[in-house]
Design a protein around this ligand. Structure first.
Ligand SMILES: Nc1nc2c(ncn2[C@@H]2O[C@H](COP(=O)(O)OP(=O)(O)OP(=O)(O)O)[C@@H](O)[C@H]2O)c(=O)[nH]1
Ligand SMILES: [Mg+2]
Length: 299
């Protein structure tokens, strides 16, 4: 029996719902999600079996005009994801529509000459009458092979999308064991879950000026795991906001992240967070490497 296997990169503007889509399609929490733009910072692989097809779904950082080294590495990681894939899926927030940011991405996708499908997301937020003109304005810019309309949050339209993806990927052997979900190491997952809480619980510049690194991850004899993580902040002011009055904010970040990680790792978690001020971390190679942005992404 012949099998199929291939990479599908999910690309788009920040906040389009790419990570929500990856999680929904794989049925697992692999990539963190928040209502804020620029949540995802590196490529996240989700492995999904559908019949005799192994789909390798790649969530990528939102594409925007980068300023900092961190931003440049994020955007470069997104384009590398698209470049390395058999197929790119451009995810567009149907509510925001064909914004300038989306148009710029389409122009660049067109230049790459990659196979590309258009997927309109968040259709639960718009009236069906708005979808046709939006599709028309985007397909006028580029010849997408196929167009789908979905809601990553409630799952509408995803079955059709998954069936079509499974059928279009090239024939070939599976590249990963069939029961594998991702290649994301637990240490990185732990840091990401802490960062997700920072994105959910702090505002303005604070989440963008923050990175999280797992310092130690130790399995204990009683079956629990002890995790120590450092939160680097770019400014002293951010440190006091993160810690909060009497340590209330950092306690809440730790409590939510610990409970979430306990579910994901399926065992009790002891989580210790340490906040350190480190001006310029977002320009430091070592910090970027620690979150999986390799040198190739730092052009
Ligand atoms: N109503 C609705 N909200 C959605 C849908 N998909 C995603 N969202 C919400 O949109 C916001 C952004 O979702 P993410 O999945 O983090 O978006 P992203 O494209 O990964 O964003 P970046 O990583 O910042 O590029 C979150 O608040 C999601 O809950 C959808 O289909 N419908
Ligand atoms: Mg994301």
């Amino acid at each position: 029996m012949s099998t199929r296997c291939g990479f599908v990169a999910i690309v788009g503007a920040p906040n389009a719902g790419k990570s929500t889509l990856l999680n929904r399609m794989t049925g697992a929490k692999l990539s963190i999600v928040s209502p804020k733009a620029q949540t995802t910072r590196f490529r996240v692989l989700g492995i999904l079996m559908r019949g005799t097809t192994q789909m390798l779904l790649v969530d990528t950082p939102g594409i925007f005009r980068p300023r900092r080294k961190l931003d440049r590495a994020m955007v470069a990681a997104a384009w590398t994801g698209a470049q390395d894939a058999d197929l790119a899926v451009l995810l567009v927030d149907a509510k925001s529509g064909a914004t300038e940011a989306v148009r710029e991405i389409v122009a660049r996708l067109k230049e790459t000459g990659r196979r590309c499908w258009l997927v309109l997301n968040k259709i639960d937020l718009v009236s069906p009458a708005q979808l046709l003109p939006l599709t028309a304005s985007l397909t006028a810019l580029m010849a997408f092979e196929q167009v789908f309309m979905v809601s990553a949050s409630n799952g509408d339209g995803l079955d059709g999308l998954l069936d079509a993806l499974a059928a279009t990927l090239p024939e070939g052997p599976y590249l990963f064991p069939e029961d594998e979900l991702t290649d994301l190491p637990d240490r990185l997952l732990a840091a990401e879950i802490v960062r997700e809480q920072i994105f959910l619980q702090t505002h303005e510049e604070v989440p963008y000026g923050t990175t999280v690194e797992t310092e130690s991850f130790k399995e204990r004899k009683d079956g629990s795991v002890r995790i120590e993580a450092t939160i680097y902040v770019a400014r002293a002011g951010h440190k006091s906001i993160l810690i909060g009055a009497g340590g209330a904010r950092i306690r809440e970040i730790g409590a939510k992240a610990r409970s979430h990680l306990g579910q994901l790792l399926d065992r009790p978690v002891h989580l210790f967070l340490n906040v350190k001020e480190r001006a310029g971390w977002d320009e430091e190679r070592a910090r970027l490497r620690a979150i999986g942005l390799d040198d190739a992404d730092q052009a």
